[in-house]
Ligand binder design. Structure first.
Ligand code: SF4
Length: 274
C-alpha cells in the first residue's frame, strides 16, 4: 500500500482529478516538477502583492508596488525553478514585464488602498468533512464587517464552463477559514489580475457541495493508494505534463495527437514526438 498523504490541498485534489498517474508522480514519488514560466510569473506577482497588502492601506500604490518588486527580484532570480527556465537577457526582461503587468493589474480591478486586509498567505490546516485539508489563502479581507476570501489569479479568465471548478476550490478556503476562525466568510473572490473579479456569495449549500466533492476525491485517493493503482488519464494536457517521459500512455497519446495534427505546437512536450 502507498502511504496516504497527510492532507489534501485544492491543488493536489485538482491534479488527482486531472490524472491520478500524474498525482502519483508528483505527490508520492515526488519527482521534481519544476514550475513553468507562467506559474513562476504568478508566484512573483503573488509575492509582491503579499508584501504590498502587508503595508498600511494608504501606502498601497503603484510606486510602492514597483519598489517592492525591485527589492524582491534579486532573491527571486536565484530561485532554482526560475534558473531552470534558462532565460536569456531579453527573455528575462519579458518575464519581469509580464510579472509587472500582473501586479499592476490589481489596480484594474480594485483599489488596494481601500481594502481592510485581515491576513495574507494565511495557512489553514483543518478537517473538512472526513478530509485532512491544508490550504494557503492569498488574502482575507473584512468588508462591511464580514470576511471575504480573495484568491489572486495571474492566468487568463477561464470560460464559463470552467469557472465552477475554480470557484469550488476557493469555496473550500471559505470552509477552512470558518473552521480556523469560527466565522463563515460572506464571499469568496477570484481576482483575475488585469481582467475581472469573480465574486461569489458563500452559502452553506455551496460549502457543503465543495466539501462533498473533496470527500469524493479523497475516497478515490485512498482507494488508489491502497490498491497502488494510479490510472493514467491521457488527454491533450499530456503535452504540458512534466512526467510524460516516464509515462508510456501519455507518450502514446501525444503520438496519436501529433499524427492527427491536434497537438498544439507550443505544448512543451510536443518536441518529444516531432
Ligand atoms: S503524461 Fe498524461 S497520462 Fe501520463 S501522467 Fe502525465 S497527464 Fe497523466
Amino acid at each position: 500500500m502507498v502511504e496516504l498523504p497527510p492532507y489534501l490541498s485544492p491543488s493536489s485534489a485538482a491534479v488527482f482529478v486531472g490524472c491520478p498517474r500524474r498525482w502519483r508522480f508528483k505527490y508520492v514519488d515526488r519527482i521534481h516538477d519544476p514550475s513553468g514560466r507562467a506559474a513562476l510569473v504568478g508566484t512573483f506577482a503573488h509575492l509582491v502583492l503579499e508584501h504590498l497588502c502587508g503595508l498600511d492601506a494608504p501606502e498601497r500604490n503603484l510606486d510602492v508596488a514597483k519598489r517592492l518588486a525591485a527589492e524582491a527580484w534579486p532573491e527571486f532570480a536565484t530561485d532554482e525553478d526560475y534558473l531552470e527556465l534558462g532565460l536569456a537577457d531579453d527573455e528575462a526582461r519579458a518575464f519581469r514585464w509580464q510579472a509587472w503587468l500582473a501586479i499592476a493589474g490589481l489596480w484594474d480591478i480594485e483599489d488596494p488602498s481601500t481594502i481592510e486586509v485581515v491576513s495574507t498567505e494565511q495557512r489553514v490546516k483543518t478537517e473538512l468533512g472526513e478530509v485532512p485539508f491544508l490550504g494557503i489563502i492569498d488574502r482575507v479581507d473584512r468588508v462591511d464587517d464580514k470576511l471575504v476570501v480573495s484568491d489572486y489569479k495571474s492566468g487568463t479568465l477561464p470560460g464559463h464552463r470552467w469557472r465552477g471548478e475554480k470557484i469550488q476550490q476557493v469555496m473550500l478556503y471559505g470552509a477552512a477559514l470558518e473552521a480556523a476562525m469560527g466565522e463563515l466568510p460572506d464571499r469568496v473572490r477570484l481576482l483575475y489580475l488585469g481582467q475581472q473579479i469573480l465574486d461569489v456569495h458563500v452559502t452553506e449549500r455551496r460549502v457543503e457541495e465543495a466539501i462533498d466533492e473533496l470527500g469524493t476525491v479523497w475516497n478515490r485517493v485512498q482507494t488508489a493508494c491502497s490498491a497502488e493503482q494510479f490510472e493514467p488519464n491521457p488527454t491533450v494536457l499530456c503535452g504540458w505534463c512534466p512526467f510524460v517521459a516516464s509515462c508510456p500512455e501519455g507518450q502514446a497519446e501525444l503520438a496519436i495527437r501529433a499524427e492527427a495534427g491536434s497537438l498544439p505546437a507550443h505544448a512543451p512536450a510536443a518536441a518529444l514526438v516531432s
